[in-house]
Design a protein around this ligand. Structure first.
Ligand SMILES: [Zn+2]
Length: 142
């Protein structure tokens, strides 16, 4: 998911100096441990497009026309962070799992398991992203 970008559908999610940014999930793999899994109330999570729900999402998703919604597996926990401001002023900001949370909500669930991070722990894994050629820009993380 493209994390931080201004878009008329999702609103202002801008973070840092770059217009368009994405979490590099390939760097995060080792950190997705069972100790981080927590059951979280879905209402406490901010995700892009939340204010549309239930419109323009799911089968009619504004970002993919429903393709990613139909193909996602809601049993795979999403990734959320605290200490990360979001336009909804929610406790957690979603970094991965926007289509899965729509499935949970459509299934009538009120909570689900998530990998929970302090945003400070993982913000250096967020990369400027070129949406045209779908490439993450490499940055030395020192
Ligand atoms: Zn979509």
């Amino acid at each position: 998911m493209t994390l931080f970008i201004y878009n008329i559908n999702s609103g202002n999610w801008r973070y840092g100096d770059h217009e368009c940014q994405k979490l590099d999930l390939s760097l995060l793999n080792d950190l997705l441990t069972v100790e981080r899994l927590k059951t979280i109330k879905l209402t406490e999570i901010a995700w892009k497009g939340k204010h549309h729900y239930p419109f323009n999402l799911g089968e009619y998703c504004y970002c993919c026309g429903g393709r990613k919604y139909r193909n996602c597996d809601p049993n795979i926990p999403g990734i959320i962070a605290y200490n990360c401001r979001n336009p909804y002023d929610n406790k957690y900001t979603m970094l991965d799992g926007r289509h899965r949370i729509t499935k949970h909500l459509n299934d009538g669930k009120i909570e689900a398991e998530y990998y929970v991070f302090d945003f400070d722990e993982i913000k250096h894994f967020i990369r400027p992203y070129n949406r045209m050629n779908k490439e993450l820009k490499r940055i030395d993380i020192g």
